[in-house]
Design a binder for this molecule. Structure first.
Ligand code: FEO
Length: 395
């Protein structure tokens, strides 16, 4: 499959409807994804990025239907991660001397992955490549989200090839933002930001301001995953600016795991107390063991505050909650208020451990956690409701 985006630019990527896990098992891709590669035909011919290795033969064969590979003058490798560079080894067997434009970090990463001495041409922000009527301008986007990440702006067509930035893991044959289901698109875009880009939020705002300062006309943002933004493409740029600033909605999320439902009953009682104190706030509860971890991270990203609850098991906490807390520490949420709760049978360490992990994630624990021996009785349920009410007063 290929399709023309403009007279000069053709999409030559791969829509991966089957993909359900990405970055190993770290990221769920419940709606699949796409690896977007672009072929530019001006006076010179340019290929921007490739696709993930399992599809390398399909990619190269499809590319041959578009062009004699020997006519490709330049390859631009905006990012060395395997989902975009994975077809380079097969492609470069056919055209081994073709220059590969990338950042200096990109050259290191590609050499590290493939151990090939290809003809790397290192570029940095502001460097240009004249390809005929259009000029390509490179913009380094270091740590968005790898050290080598780079974007490329094409004058004349006014397209920003943004690589991972502004993407979504979202398979669709429609391929344009104005044609797809808007709720699905928003959900996949915010999940992608929350899980992949939050650690780099401080850089996101600066990079966007830098790109905007160039005052370049922008007709499309052609990402490397998901749909191409052609209808009001700046809408996703503005969303990124909003998400990058310690984003929160009027939402409180309660995440827990439970062995015999005592901690679940506590969670529900706390939610009742929160609702009694504030009937406008969105309250969402998730059993960490039963819920997609990346969906929970997305909900925590949207929250102004959240709680973690867990039974005590073997003097510790349950593994689904523990895994999420480790993820949260790495992601580095800002501006979230938190508290802990849980039931126990004899030793009862879970609250202390939850609070330590929440503090280690640099989150503000706003009140002492509540723990209940065995299954909560009516008095304990009322205490949990009061705990929820108190939490609201601390926000
Ligand atoms: Fe889509 Fe960072 O690779």
């Amino acid at each position: 499959m290929s399709f023309k985006i403009t007279d000069k630019v053709t999409w030559v990527g791969k829509i991966d409807w089957e993909l359900r896990r990405f970055h190993g098992d770290e990221y769920s891709t419940n709606r699949g994804s796409s690896y977007n590669s672009y072929l530019i035909k001006d006076e010179k011919t340019v290929l921007i990025d490739t696709v993930w290795k399992p599809y390398d033969e399909e990619f190269v064969n499809n590319l041959k239907k578009e062009i004699d590979l020997n006519e490709i003058d330049y390859i631009i490798a905006q990012h060395g991660e395997i989902d975009h560079s994975g077809s380079l080894p097969l492609l470069m067997k056919e055209i081994p001397n073709t220059p590969i434009y990338c950042t200096s970090n990109g050259a290191k990463i590609l050499k590290g992955h493939y151990h090939q001495d290809w003809n790397f041409v290192e570029v940095k922000t502001g460097d240009t490549l004249n390809i005929g009527e259009s000029t390509l301008t490179f913009v380094e986007a270091r740590m968005l989200h790898w050290p080598d990440s780079m974007m490329t702006y094409m004058s004349g067509e006014n397209i920003l090839f943004s690589n991972d930035a502004f993407g979504q893991h979202y398979a669709s044959e429609l391929m344009y933002n104005d044609l797809v289901d808007q709720a699905e698109l928003y959900q996949e875009a915010i999940k992608y930001y929350a899980n992949i880009l939050t650690p780099f939020s401080a850089l996101v705002g600066k990079k966007i301001e830098e790109v905007l300062s160039f005052n370049l006309p922008l007709d499309m943002i052609a990402t490397s995953h998901g749909v191409i933004w052609r209808d009001n493409p700046t809408q996703i740029v503005l969303k990124y600016m909003e998400w990058a600033k310690s984003y929160q909605e009027n939402q409180i999320t309660i995440v827990y795991d439970t062995m015999w439902n005592g901690t679940r009953r506590m969670a529900e009682a706390i939610a009742t107390g929160i609702k009694e104190a504030d009937d406008k706030v969105a309250i969402k509860l998730f059993n960490a063991a039963h819920t997609d971890k990346n969906d929970i991270i997305t909900e925590l990203f949207k929250s102004k505050a959240f709680m973690f609850g867990c039974s005590t098991v073997n003097k510790g906490i349950m593994n689904a909650v523990g895994g999420l807390l480790d993820m949260i520490q790495g992601i580095g949420f800002k501006n979230k208020k938190v508290a802990a709760f849980g039931s126990y049978g004899w030793s009862g360490e879970s609250i202390k451990i939850l609070e330590e992990k929440l503090s280690a994630a640099k989150l503000e624990v706003v009140q002492e956690g509540i723990r209940v021996l065995w299954n909560p009785d009516e008095e304990a349920i009322n205490n949990c409701k009061e705990f929820g009410k108190d939490f609201v007063t601390k926000l």
